[in-house]
Design a protein around this ligand. Sequence first.
Ligand code: RFL
Ligand code: PHB
Length: 390
Amino acid sequence: MRTQIAIVGAGPAGMCLALLLHAHDVDVVVLERRDRAYVEGRVRAGVLEQGSVELLARLGVDARLKREGLVHGGIKLSQGGETFHVDLTALTGRSVTVYGQQQVMADLFDAAEARGLPIEWNAAEVALHDIEGEHPSVSWTRDGTAAALDCDFIIGCDGFHGVSRASIPASVLRTYERVYPFGWLGILADVPPADHELIYAGHDHGFALASMRSPTRSRYYIQCALDEDIAAWPDDRFWDELCLRLGPEAGERVVRGPAFEKSIAPLRSFVGEPMRHGRLLLAGDAAHIVPPTGAKGMNLALSDVAMLAEALLHRYGTGSMTGIDGYSARALARIWKAERFSWWFTALTHRFPETDGFSRRIQMAELDYLKGSRAAQAMLAENYVGLPME
Ligand code: RFL
Ligand code: PHB
């Protein structure tokens, strides 16, 4: 088999890139380790930057997003029980849209199916070959049968634990990492959200976040220990702790109900450089991870592939490798700013084991400063709604 572009991984990065290239008549094949139901079933991101919404619109996969996405012009920050509003739209002229990654994936898969875009589901033992030469290829097995694909470029969109980044020689790949000493315990419940906006709360017990998926479905998180036993968090205990951390004002408006999803996610900052080696290019979580506090992970995956699609289309349109040669540096410039923002927002709102009286008061002073300073709020707002794609 032969194609122009082999994409490893059918997450947001892989599927958006596949649809972008397919729309310009570039041949693509997507290889995915799991099946559609599994990828679509993963409860993950919830917030889309305006640039991400525009990209999905450009792909023509935004019909449901337009109907069901919740446009938010602000977020709330809560400190010691007191809540203040950051008016994203007044500060930046932009907004964000609350629309779950599960819904994004369903829309992308529906479009792929309708447009005849080939996805090889349940591709096991995916291996990349000859990425340093002119004729790379990908091999895999399904149900024990071997298959292979020759291509011009391989795009690694296979997430943090994929095979693509691992195919770059250790002598070439530089990695930068922070592993945070805590996780997020998250739940989904079919109850109306506590507020019409998201609430990010710092509390002596740790961070809490009130988010949502729809006017009738809430998504809540609380910071927890990495080795926390989920069984030790029956619904009542979760709701009590959440309300305490959100403070009396917001806590009072929390509607309780049975949690139908409960899981713990670890927090990590990670960047692998460069994002290209020979004919292998990386995008999304395969190259970088941010802690979810800044709501940047899925958005970065989408901005990476918007840049990558430009570079590849330039190559197929003109034969020039300029865009591909510049991709890694261009993408990393934006990624590092999102890394900084996600790290900063995490440090501001979470309780670290080493948080002593001094650092706690510094956190409180910074939140108080944010509350009273339009300049400080503008910094938060322009990062939260998404920096421009330069
Ligand atoms: P994905 O989504 O991990 O997709 C990678 C795909 O590759 C497949 N794969 C392989 N396929 C073939 N062969 C192999 N060897 C393979 N290895 C892996 C996998 O099965 C999978 O289908 O990466 P992608 O496309 O780069 O997308 C990244 C986003 O999914 C991720 O950054 C976000 O979910 C992060 N994130 C958030 N991002 C936001 O923008 N806003 C948010 O509000 C937000 N909240 C979150 C989050 C992530 C969370 N968790 C659980 C990590 C909240 C949480 C709790
Ligand atoms: C979510 O709704 O899952 C969500 C929202 C905002 C974040 C992280 C996760 O910062």
